[in-house]
Write a protein that binds this ligand. Sequence first.
Ligand SMILES: Cc1cc2nc3c(=O)[nH]c(=O)nc-3n(C[C@H](O)[C@H](O)[C@H](O)COP(=O)(O)OP(=O)(O)OC[C@H]3O[C@@H](n4cnc5c(N)ncnc54)[C@H](O)[C@@H]3O)c2cc1C
Length: 398
Amino acid sequence: MVDVPRTADFVIVGGGVHGASLAYHLARKKAGRVLLIEKKFIASGPTGRSTALVRRFYAMDFFTRTASAAAEVFRHWKDVVGGDGNPGFQQVGMLVLAGPDKADHLRHNALQAQKLGAGVTLISPADVKALVPAANVDDVALSSYEAESGYADPSSTANALVNRARELGATVVQYRHVDAIRTAGGKVVGVRSEGADVDAPVVITCAGLWADRLLRALGIEVSIKPERHQMCFFRRPGGFGVHPAVADTVQMTYMRPEHGDLTIHGKLSYDEIVDPDSYNESVDPDQIVKNAELIAHRFPVMEHGLAMGGYSGLYDATPDHHPVLGAIPPYAGLFADFGWSGHGFKHAPVIGDILSDVILHGRSKDYDLSPFRWTRFRENDLVPSARWTAEPHPKHRF
Ligand SMILES: Cc1cc2nc3c(=O)[nH]c(=O)nc-3n(C[C@H](O)[C@H](O)[C@H](O)COP(=O)(O)OP(=O)(O)OC[C@H]3O[C@@H](n4cnc5c(N)ncnc54)[C@H](O)[C@@H]3O)c2cc1C
């Protein structure tokens, strides 16, 4: 086990994919002594439970740009990140299906994403059928398709980033809890971890579901609701091979192939709020039945599929379902990257790059993080929905 150093230049709290990415980028930029502290093991939180879709298109420019840039990192990992790690990226393609009520918004948002260079095209229900003959498209009016999107292995991704950070000089300590962020005179001075002080002028909280606890002690209130999301596995019957990932906004579900002949399937939203330290990590029997019905509607051949159980993971949901990113005033040296509310995996390789620039140089050359400041919640200046079929909103253009 690695000992906790008593001093560092940067302490990152949390070894999910965001803490891992930040550690990698700070180490890559030779920023100084980087220390990542994780209370369990790397990717032990929601990262390890992620469906890990890697896709490129949102209704909001910021996320289209970060997702598209990150998707290219996943596709060219060896050349860009290097090291022995492999994020397990599978380029199966990605479909978003919309019914007549949402088709106009999907069209509007996809055309804007195209302008930004995202690899997305609009296709007809007949094109969907040609791509996936097993699909029922009777209730689909329009679809988007990303040929170069797919999914990755979330735990392998976080570990690939952490291992690369280690190779570049970062220290990674697992099985150590950060109990408090220490401050003095309006500045961060380090953290306290299981009775030991680590002195550091910069602390970044990448603590996901648990970030609110560390910040509350500093008078910073951000609501993080742990939302339980149930994911079900279904075995595809013979003859139904690998299919693209599908976001089905008609039924409000999504799915993607999993190893072998499995498909993983869940709803786009759930509303059960649980205790992140003690919750039902399995899937409810009636949820499996519900999901079996939904998947068989979209792929009728799945009536002959087999339910193979499932698991639950948690979203760290903020009030607007968007992250808290950047500096956390009033404390000099305190930064945040948490609250991704269920859509953070894909962006991580690029957000670490952006945030490390903000930490080292005060700003990112290409991205404005100010809409994601923590104070937006108390100012009631929330970020609108960035879903594919979200109603167009002026705040989508930044
Ligand atoms: C079922 C499911 C499906 C998903 N599907 C997708 C998807 O398809 N695409 C996508 O982009 N995103 C998806 N997501 C969301 C994505 O997985 C998350 O947004 C992302 O993994 C969050 O990473 P993170 O590093 O911010 O947080 P986490 O993974 O929560 O990591 C935070 C870490 O901090 C540690 N920690 C917390 N407090 C402390 C402390 N005090 N001391 C030390 N360590 C601490 C925790 O142990 C944890 O390991 C999904 C999530 C779930 C649950």
